[in-house]
Design a protein around this ligand. Structure first.
Ligand SMILES: Cc1ncc(COP(=O)(O)O)c(C=O)c1O
Length: 392
């Protein structure tokens, strides 16, 4: 059989405009964070509709700085999702605090106000939920819960740049919102992140801590009107970003609206092509009148145990044989060795998250694709299932 052309998981939508923007920075002679970074911060804050945006080196750095701004430290608990990326649990530990997991909703895979409330204790200083795959959290309700229980709301919007919750843009409802611009994300700078906050004091702290706690960054010192020298006023981190990344990000920001339409089109094409397959549950969609808007970072189907002839991992392996790359978001954190060892968590603690962790499969999805590519990925998925059913 001739080999089928590969369908990659999430190729980035970067082209000549990004290349030109990066070359311009290379030619400018100023590579690290400087004027392009400031412009990116201002334009990103405007786009979100939030007062402050602080550019950093990764989404992980944004999450970490947000927890530091919230004053999270030893003895504290931070409530988070078991169905999230390594970064969330990691930064809680790095603050000396303890991750406390809350169960997720079986439809969306997100924490809910009810599950979060059940996990909050008097030691909880922050809630750190994720908008899984871009499906928006119930932010207004979570913010009200956090106010009532004296915890900060830090939402992880690594998947949710374009999402809205109850009509409000994600990034405008929490104390701070963290974004990732990792290579596969809807807005990518290769690596990078942004901390968005309504709190001026948090923005000032994050700006200070992202560069070693120095009261003046390099641009402030070396620019024509800069002032040489600096003081170190706090213990900081090396979390700053570069003007190369910011230049890339500015071009990517301009593409978000157009790419969003493409993502909606691809999700609809997948829905149509995969409709009616036994044991395959299509991704949830927010109700039309809810004001919720999905960012469609991922298109993840559920491969339902006991209903589909293949397990999720068998289906993924079958797709791989047909040159289709699929991915898993996420393997539950509380089942990872470090967490089991450190927190004593294990199988059975969060049955819904565990089940979704075994069943969810993210299919190839990128604005560089057209509906025909997605239909071809769906066709190959049907081939794998037909083979499992013993069909010719
Ligand atoms: C949900 C989620 N949160 C946080 C991160 C961390 O972002 P970064 O890789 O930019 O540090 C990721 C990255 O993949 C993610 O998917």
């Amino acid at each position: 059989m001739t080999e089928l052309p590969p369908i990659d998981f999430a190729p980035p939508d970067v082209g000549e405009a990004e290349a030109a923007a990066v070359v311009e920075v290379l030619r400018s002679g100023w590579l690290t964070h400087g004027p392009r970074t400031r412009e990116f911060e201002e334009r990103f804050a405007d786009w979100v509709g939030a007062p402050h945006a602080v550019a950093v080196s990764s989404g992980t750095a944004a999450l970490h700085l947000a927890l530091v701004c919230a004053g999270v430290g030893p003895g504290d608990e931070v409530v988070t999702s078991p169905l999230t990326f390594a970064a969330a649990g990691e930064v809680i530990f790095q603050c000396g605090a303890k991750p406390v997991f809350a169960e997720v909703d079986p439809r969306t895979g997100n924490l809910t106000p009810a599950t979060a409330a059940a996990a909050i204790t008097p030691r909880t200083t922050a809630l750190l939920p994720v908008h899984l795959g871009g499906y928006p959290l119930e932010l207004a309700e979570l913010a009200a819960l956090c106010r009532e229980r004296g915890a900060a709301l830090i939402d992880d919007a690594a998947h949710a740049v374009e999402a809205r919750s109850g009509g409000r843009r994600v990034g405008t409802l929490g104390d701070a919102t963290a974004y990732s611009f990792y290579a596969t994300k809807n807005l990518t700078t290769g690596e990078g992140g942004m901390l968005v906050t309504s709190r001026e004091d948090w923005a000032a702290t994050a700006r200070l801590l992202r560069l070693h706690g120095m009261d003046r960054d390099a641009w402030n010192r070396y620019a024509a009107d800069g002032v040489p020298g600096y003081d170190i006023t706090a213990l900081g981190y090396k979390y700053n970003t570069t003007d190369l990344a910011a230049a890339l990000g500015l071009v990517q920001l301009d593409k978000l609206d157009v790419n969003r339409h493409r993502r909606l089109e691809l999700a609809a094409a997948y829905d149509e092509a995969l409709d009616g397959l036994p044991g395959i549950v299509l991704p949830p969609r927010p109700a039309a009148d809810s004001g919720d808007e999905h960012a469609w970072h991922l298109y993840a189907v559920r491969v339902v145990e006991g209903e589909c002839p293949l397990t999720r991992d068998e289906l993924a392996a079958g797709l791989r044989r047909l040159n289709v790359a699929a991915a898993v978001h996420f393997h539950p954190l509380h089942l990872m060795s470090y967490y089991r060892r450190t927190l004593g968590t294990g199988p059975g603690d969060f049955p819904i998250a565990e089940r979704l962790g075994r069943e969810l499969l993210s299919l190839p999805f990128s604005p560089v694709y057209d509906a025909a590519t997605v239909r071809e990925a769906a066709r190959r998925l049907r081939l794998v299932l037909d083979e499992a059913h013993g069909l010719p």
